[in-house]
Design a protein around this ligand. Structure first.
Ligand SMILES: NC(=O)c1ccc[n+]([C@@H]2O[C@H](COP(=O)([O-])OP(=O)(O)OC[C@H]3O[C@@H](n4cnc5c(N)ncnc54)[C@H](OP(=O)(O)O)[C@@H]3O)[C@@H](O)[C@H]2O)c1
Length: 233
């Protein structure tokens, strides 16, 4: 699969290495330009290429956004139509600036990104796992030590594609629901955020979060499913 990554720091760089290792055709980008990514490209090898941000968008069937959340308005919107966009970003007010609506929970950071990008199918994933855990803790399917990764989004097909990538990297995806109700269950400050847990343990914590914050009709306008492992294709 062709994957374009925007942001080449801890998470973007780690995902570049993992995605190349599992056999994808990957390009990576940042604001400083391809020349600044020479070291990452030679470290990862395996055909990784550095490109401009717009080229990463145009290239990717899947586009990964791994930049400080507060800079999402800089993301190009052209060419995003119909793409699967993986949002790895987290809102940290001290870094990103205060957004009262995010603080009160009426909207989530992933919805802000989705709205900015227009027609892309946004899937929130990899936001709740530390980059070193992602880099080092992947394990073969069925290994009892395998960790879970929560995923949310409205488009089931897009979510299944991202779930497949997660599995191939050595983790188990856990479906948290849609971007608003689900996404807010794996953002900073939640019980699953940064926790190194199995898929079953994450699913159990997401169910507790459901009970402690019942959904309202003002959510995504869609009924969230109970947290579950994403079925293997
Ligand atoms: N660190 C973690 O363990 C971790 C885990 C899960 C999720 N996250 C989240 O993932 C996101 C990235 O975190 P990180 O730790 O990888 O950050 P980081 O190490 O600071 O890297 C950020 C990258 O984004 C690039 N960038 C910034 N603005 C950009 C823009 N407008 N367009 C294109 N590239 C841009 C930066 O390169 P230039 O400066 O050259 O543009 C840099 O390569 C954050 O939202 C963070 O909260 C982090």
């Amino acid at each position: 699969m062709r994957i374009g990554i925007i942001g080449a720091g801890h998470i973007g760089g780690t995902l570049a290495g993992l995605l190349v290792r599992i056999g994808h055709d990957v390009v990576v980008s940042n604001t400083r330009g391809p020349e600044s990514l020479r070291e990452l490209v030679s470290e990862v090898g395996g055909g990784l290429r550095a490109v401009t941000v717009q080229e990463a968008v145009d290239f990717g069937e899947v586009v990964v956004v791994a930049i400080p959340y507060g800079r999402y308005r800089e993301l190009p919107t052209g060419g995003m139509e119909g793409k699967i966009v993986v949002d790895t970003c987290n809102y940290y007010p001290e870094r990103d600036g205060i957004d009262p609506e995010l603080d009160s929970g009426v909207v989530t950071s992933s919805e802000r990104i989705r709205d900015h990008l227009g027609g892309a199918d946004v899937v929130k994933a990899f936001n709740a796992i530390h980059w070193q855990t992602l880099r080092d803790r992947g394990l073969p399917k069925g290994d009892p030590g395998r960790l879970g990764i929560p995923v949310s989004g409205a488009d089931e097909e897009a979510k299944a594609v991202v779930a497949g990538l997660i599995r191939d990297m050595g983790f188990d995806p856990v479906d948290a629901g849609f971007l608003r109700q689900g996404g807010r269950k794996h953002q900073p400050g939640t019980t699953v955020y940064g926790a190194e847990l199995s898929a079953d343990e994450i699913a159990a914590l997401l169910r507790v979060a459901d009970r402690s914050r019942p959904e309202t009709a003002a959510g995504d306008g869609q009924t969230p499913a109970a947290p579950s492992r994403v079925p293997a294709p």
